[in-house]
Design a protein around this ligand. Structure first.
Ligand SMILES: [Zn+2]
Length: 416
């Protein structure tokens, strides 16, 4: 089996969610360092304060301990403690400077364990309960590691950097890696994602349909009281969350733009005879334009404040994820198309379904573009068993060697 497949299957079996990718990241760092790549990890590879939605200390520590005893590389683990799980590795010097972004996080989802699901049938299904690589980031790691091996064996012109980015899900990690400044010198950035409704053997060289989003956690604080003896003394936090939910889902939309509003979780209270003093909700807004998204977020915050006022509550609103939009540079798209054709991939044009998600690679794209470089977000076709973010998700592994060939050709032709 190839390096890409080996690594993909090992990472698939050990899925780690955002900021807890200690095993994945430390093993990648160790392997690339052994190959002769220069490896940056820890807070130097991601700005501590720019991270969003970082798990609790207890969760981070538990994941760290698991990684320590389950194959994590002890040379790199200590620097990652506390959720600094980015790995930025480079080889060569000067220009052209090509950067490849590979996201590394899994999802909080239980994997299908039936024999009809190939990872289960072939023995590489998730070994971590309630965690799953259901978006293909395991394939991204596999392809990037094989690329690293090929470039170590035969160095490319100039410099190549691979950004192994944590916490893509929820739009929480890309902005922190961008803020490290490690991609400021990049001439061309390619973020590659597998699947996205495209068949194996195809490539979409730019996907500008990515939506901007903002994810919020709202906590309503009220006052508990006996629901029958003294309801008038209580301030019902759950009522605030419920009113806000109805208001948010009914938010007036913006003409001419794709928008989304969703309340995905609402929780509060303990018992039928106690007025609940606390309620929490998780919600998001998305739009095909960064400014429209900012406007939806502002109105969502007003609705949360209004719902709190209606019921005599306080509300705390925390931004737990944020993704902006980015537009590909034609010259970057052309370079990727050329490398893809040389790798035997069929070039395709955007399809409707590929444009409705978000990806915080846009933070890295914008950072590169602000510093004079070029960037694009491409989709590598891979037939899927089950859709993205579902328990039966699986990628056609035949797509991986094609992806590695594409990346290698881009690395060797960059700047020519
Ligand atoms: Zn993804």
């Amino acid at each position: 089996m190839s390096t890409a497949l080996d690594w993909r299957r090992d990472v698939h079996a050990h899925p780690e969610v955002g900021f807890t990718e200690f095993r994945t990241a430390s093993r990648v760092a160790g392997h690339l360092a052994d190959l002769g790549w220069t490896v940056v990890v820890g807070p130097e590879a991601m700005a501590h304060d720019r991270r969003l939605g970082v798990p609790s200390e207890a969760e981070l520590d538990a994941a760290f301990e698991r990684a320590s005893s389950d194959g994590g590389d002890p040379r790199f683990l200590p620097a990652m403690r506390g959720g600094h799980t980015a790995v930025v590795a480079s080889i060569g010097e000067g220009h052209p400077h090509l950067a490849i972004r590979a996201d590394i996080d899994a999802l909080p989802l239980a994997e299908n364990d039936s024999r009809s699901h190939r990872p289960a049938a072939e023995g590489f299904a998730s070994m971590y309960a309630g965690r799953m690589h259901a978006c293909g980031h395991d394939a991204h790691v596999g392809m990037a590691v094989e690329l690293a091996e090929r470039l170590a064996a035969e160095p490319p012109p100039g410099r190549v950097t691979i950004v192994f980015q944590p916490a893509e899900e929820g739009g929480r990690g890309g902005r922190a890696v961008a803020a490290s400044g490690l991609v400021d010198d990049v001439d061309l950035l390619l973020a590659l994602h597998v699947g996205l409704s495209l068949p194996t053997g195809t490539l979409l060289a730019s996907n500008d349909g990515l939506l901007a989003n903002a994810k919020l956690r709202a906590t309503f604080h009220g006052r508990a009281s006996h629901a029958a003896l003294h309801p008038e003394e209580g301030r019902n936090a759950l009522l605030g969350a419920a009113s806000a939910t109805l208001a948010l889902q009914g938010m007036t939309r913006v003409a001419g733009h794709e928008t989304r509003v969703a309340v995905g979780r609402i929780a509060g209270g303990t018992s039928s005879n106690i007025v609940p003093d606390r309620a929490e909700m998780l919600l998001e807004v998305r739009a095909d334009d960064g400014e429209v998204c900012d406007d939806l977020e502002r109105r969502a915050r007003e609705m949360l404040a209004g719902a709190a006022a209606m019921h005599g509550l306080e509300v705390e609103v925390e931004l737990v994820g944020q993704v902006t939009t980015a537009v590909a540079d034609p010259a970057a798209v052309a370079a990727v198309r050329e490398a893809a054709s040389a790798a035997g991939l069929a070039l395709v044009e955007p399809v409707a379904e590929s444009g409705v998600a978000s990806d915080d690679a846009t933070a890295l794209m914008r950072r590169v573009q602000e510093h004079g470089g070029l960037a694009t977000y491409a989709a590598l076709g891979a037939d899927l068993a089950g859709g993205h973010h579902t328990p039966t998700f699986d990628v056609d592994e035949a797509a991986l060697p094609l992806g590695v060939d594409l990346l290698e050709r881009l690395a060797r032709s960059c700047g020519r």
